[in-house]
Write a protein that binds this ligand. Structure first.
Ligand SMILES: Nc1ncnc2c1ncn2[C@@H]1O[C@H](COP(=O)(O)OP(=O)(O)OP(=O)(O)O)[C@@H](O)[C@H]1O
Ligand SMILES: [Mg+2]
Length: 384
């Protein structure tokens, strides 16, 4: 069902485009009353005759009280000012009054999002937390960053005691959505309109709820969208998300991009991955030297050796000589890892007793949960 908020004379032209049962109301107050009596309602189309500021206040209130209800706003003219204000308030889409085809599409997208939001209960961000940011990085591709980030986030969220947000900073090729079977209806690219004023309400409207206690900020899906995301948006989001979650785990691409550095700056832990092969070890060495050069503190670093049991002709001494620092976790190799990815269920949840799961859970227990968070060495970086 849909509520259409528009004077009856205009509503007649719009109702057929909305499909299904449409209840027409002439004021936003009437719309609020209908919503409070019908928990199954999922969409309000606010017509162009409604005052913009009142429509935005209505949407803002709804976002907290009934987050599964979407608002699609019709305007005579859609310009950047209207769009920015509307997206800030939580309006899902703004459509030109006469563009009925776009209205049909916007309503369909909003209903799909509402169906997803109502399946998993939304966390309520009423408390101000001081969460920790953990960035998982390796300069060589395919070392297991996404595998570790997803499983670390899942193990931290398991049991329901802690809230965790997984951030996919692999903007061009991110696959966290696939690993967790989460539909990328909202992604980081929808945050572009919030640049310069990201707040908890805005950030929460970008998130996908994946499991109880585990939300994700997914990477864009459209080709070309990755380049539209500025590093400044990452910085803002990583300031706000730790106020909403106990842990924010960031998956990264395998390059020292501006976005990765923004994440490193915001982090309480740098988890640096390698596998036991010469190219990955060489890239880890370069990474460690680079982090030293940028004056990041040593004690926020953890080196993790993935596929640690792979028989590739290197001894532990060979590896230690290159790494020159403590290896804090040895995660074995197992074909059950890609199998769990194909199932869309992280191995730590699918098989908690598996040696891979135990290694990741031990790392979380001993090096993430046990250690007091150290403030990242933000001020020490000598270039920005
Ligand atoms: N311990 C492991 N045992 C077996 N397979 C693994 C292990 N860790 C990762 N893999 C597999 O290796 C492949 C690469 O892992 P993953 O995608 O996590 O790496 P990545 O560093 O994120 O790669 P990219 O640089 O492409 O983002 C995946 O198919 C994953 O299932
Ligand atoms: Mg990856």
């Amino acid at each position: 069902m849909t509520i259409l908020c528009e004077p009856a004379a205009r509503a007649g032209q719009l109702s057929p485009a909305l499909g299904g049962e449409v209840r027409v109301v002439e004021t936003l107050g009437e719309a609020s009353r209908l919503l409070s009596t019908d928990p199954l309602e999922s969409l309000v189309v606010v017509g162009s005759a409604m005052n913009l500021d009142e429509a935005l206040t209505f949407t803002e209130a709804l976002r907290f009280e009934q987050p599964s209800v979407g608002v699609v706003l019709l305007r005579d003219v859609v310009d950047v000012v209207v769009l920015t204000k509307a997206l800030r308030s939580g309006v899902r889409e703004v459509v030109a009054r006469d563009d009925l085809a776009s209205l049909v599409d916007a309503c369909a997208r909003s209903r799909a999002l509402s169906a997803q939001v109502s399946v998993v209960p939304q966390p309520r961000f009423t408390e101000h937390r001081q969460g920790q940011v953990i960035t998982v990085f390796a300069a060589k591709g395919g070392c297991g960053k996404t595998t570790l980030a997803v499983n670390l986030a899942a193990v931290l969220a398991a049991g329901g005691e802690r809230s965790v947000c997984l951030v996919d900073l692999d903007l061009a090729f991110g696959d966290i959505g696939i690993c967790l079977r989460a539909e990328p209806v909202r992604t980081i690219v929808h945050g572009l309109g919030m640049l310069g004023h990201v707040d908890a309400a805005g950030a929460s409207s970008l998130l996908t709820n994946c499991r109880p206690g585990l939300s994700a900020l997914l990477a864009p899906v459209e080709p070309g969208d990755a380049e539209r995301v500025p590093a400044g948006l990452v910085t803002e989001l990583l300031e706000v998300l730790p106020t909403m979650f106990d842990f924010v785990v960031v998956d990264t691409p395998s390059a020292f991009s501006e976005h990765v550095l923004a994440a490193m700056d915001a982090s309480h832990h740098h988890v640096l991955l390698t596998t036991p092969d010469v190219p990955a070890l060489k890239n880890l060495r370069v990474t460690l030297d680079m982090l030293d050069l940028l004056s990041y503190a040593h004690d926020i670093r953890s080196v993790v050796l993935n596929r640690s049991d792979a028989k590739v002709g290197l001894t532990m001494d060979d590896i230690d000589r290159v790494v020159r620092s403590d290896i804090r976790a040895h995660v074995p190799s197992s074909r059950d890892v890609p199998i769990s990815v194909n199932k869309g269920n992280p191995i730590v949840l699918d098989q908690p007793k598996h040696p891979v799961s135990e290694a990741i859970a031990r790392f979380a227990r001993e090096h993430v949960l046990a250690e007091p968070a150290v403030v990242a060495a933000k001020s020490k970086r000598w270039f920005r």
